[in-house]
Design a protein around this ligand. Structure first.
Ligand code: SF4
Length: 252
């Protein structure tokens, strides 16, 4: 699709999705022409989407970025979720050659030293595998919510991602965390035990800490960086990510 047809389709979808419930939103996406993929981090929002896909047997592929630095609890949850819903969660791994090149340049844990080094690691372990997961995909389903951070406050239900040439679908955009928790409880959705230990947002183990009472949900992600809008680049266009990261020459 051209950029203008992506934008036209996304605008129409955005209006339609707003009037539907979660199952309806996902069923609509599954019914559209073009491949749909949901990328899950196994976080609580993503578990709700996986549950809705699995229980309704929707033709939306489920994939995850197995970065090699995930918490053991997250890795265990991948298998548990597959068993619970009888689905396959396709793992996308980083290339060993890229990891070796990163380690030679920055050190394996060089991401603590600079924003540039951190984004370079996310590029190798997340962005490149994500690009493979999204090859040939028309609709990319995510668990983004407006309440997760100020950076995500205006998340629409559907948006054109011209850089990747697809339409991003955010079926939980208007859900708050209480609604998410109520869905999980009512439907016995398996969730990461780390949530109960103060981790509302869970990424790679070395880059995630528990938050303190009153802190924003994503405060535990890359906590040593100062910028409130820190992201890994999955959901922020490269140019925009670069512009919100002070002193960064790379937003990859
Ligand atoms: S979150 Fe941390 S360990 Fe994971 S890819 Fe990004 S910098 Fe690397």
């Amino acid at each position: 699709m051209t950029t203008s047809s992506l934008e036209t389709t996304a605008k129409a979808l955005n209006e339609t999705l707003e009037g539907l419930d979660l199952a309806g939103r996902l069923a609509l996406v599954a019914s559209l022409e073009g491949q749909a993929v949901f990328t899950t981090s196994l976080g609580i929002e993503d578990q709700v989407i996986t549950a809705a896909i699995g229980e309704n047997k929707l033709s939306i592929n489920v994939a995850t970025l197995e970065t090699g630095r995930l918490f053991n609890e997250t890795v265990a949850l991948i298998e548990k979720t597959e068993e619970t819903y009888g689905i396959l969660i396709k793992r996308y791994h980083p290339e060993q050659a890229d990891i070796d090149a990163y380690a030679a340049r920055y050190g394996l844990n060089g991401f603590y030293e600079s924003v540039e080094a951190r984004h370079a690691c996310c590029d190798v372990r997340k962005l490149k595998p994500l690009a493979r997961a999204l090859q040939g995909v028309t609709f990319w389903v995510t668990g983004l919510r407006r309440g997760q951070s100020g950076n995500r406050a205006s998340t629409p239900f559907a948006e054109a991602d011209a850089e990747r040439g697809l339409i991003k679908i955010n079926p939980l955009a208007d859900w708050d965390i209480e609604t998410i928790r109520a869905y999980v409880a009512a439907n016995a959705v398996p969730v990461n035990p780390l949530h109960a230990r103060g981790y509302p947002s869970i990424g790679c183990e070395p880059c995630t800490r528990a938050i303190k009472p009153g802190e924003p949900e994503r405060a535990g992600r890359w906590w040593w960086e100062n910028d409130e809008k820190r992201e890994c680049g999955l959901h922020v266009p490269e140019a925009a990510a670069s512009s919100i990261i002070p002193n960064s020459s790379s937003a990859a």
